[in-house]
Design a protein around this ligand. Structure first.
Ligand SMILES: C[S@@+](CC[C@H](N)C(=O)[O-])C[C@H]1O[C@@H](n2cnc3c(N)ncnc32)[C@H](O)[C@@H]1O
Length: 194
């Protein structure tokens, strides 16, 4: 894998520059409409998790990929990685960062919620910041959610049941969901268990 060809330190040097560039974009754009639901993860914590999963997982998808940083990291670490993001401005930034950081990951503008998903608040489906009114982005990526081994997302604390319900219905058997949120930190669960 690409990851094996370069030392971890080289990769981390590149990632540190990427995190810095992304943080500067966020500082500059904070308060603008496309960044209304944007908060960045603890990138080092996510990197450590990806490192521990790299022998178990091939296909990676970031739900709500923001500036694309985690997807770019996953791609550079050898995963077959892509991201779906609701805000086109953020998708444009992601594509630009991917080309600047030598990354072949793909990004789509759209929703990570499959069009066929039926909301059921009695099952805990709740949205605080997740966009619920735009078409899914899977077709643009030519990707079926059932072909994804690992989904990464940064849900709001009340949104975890929604994310679980989507994967229990549309995910691959035993799909992994890696999450980061400011309150809970890193989480890793296996869903749609067979
Ligand atoms: C909390 S930020 C996380 C950014 C990045 N994933 C990270 O962990 O650093 C959540 C992102 O999800 C995007 N988003 C919200 N609802 C979405 C949806 N239904 N489909 C795709 N992206 C969505 C927001 O625009 C925002 O960029």
């Amino acid at each position: 894998m690409e990851y094996d060809l370069q030392s971890e330190q080289t990769l981390l040097d590149d990632f540190t520059r990427l995190w810095d560039v992304a943080d500067k974009i966020w500082e500059r754009e904070d308060g603008t409409a496309p960044f209304a639901a944007y908060v960045s993860a603890d990138y080092m914590a996510v990197y450590q998790q990806l490192k521990s999963l790299r022998d178990q997982v091939e296909t990676f998808l970031e739900w709500g990929s923001g500036l694309g940083v985690v997807t770019i990291m996953a791609s550079r670490m050898g995963f077959d990685a892509s991201g779906i993001e609701a805000e086109s401005t953020l998708v444009d930034y992601s594509i630009d960062l991917a080309s600047r950081f030598d990354c072949s990951a793909k990004f789509a503008h759209g929703s990570f919620i499959p069009d066929a998903f039926t909301w059921d608040p009695s099952q805990g489906d709740e949205s605080e910041r997740t966009a619920i009114d735009l078409p899914a982005g899977y077709e643009q990526l030519d990707l079926d959610l059932r072909d994804v081994d690992l989904v990464y997302a940064y849900p709001w604390p009340t949104e975890h049941p929604l994310y679980h319900n989507i994967l229990n219905e549309f995910g691959a058997p035993n799909v992994k969901l890696l999450t980061y949120d400011a309150r809970e930190g890193i989480g890793l669960v296996q869903l749609n268990e067979s």
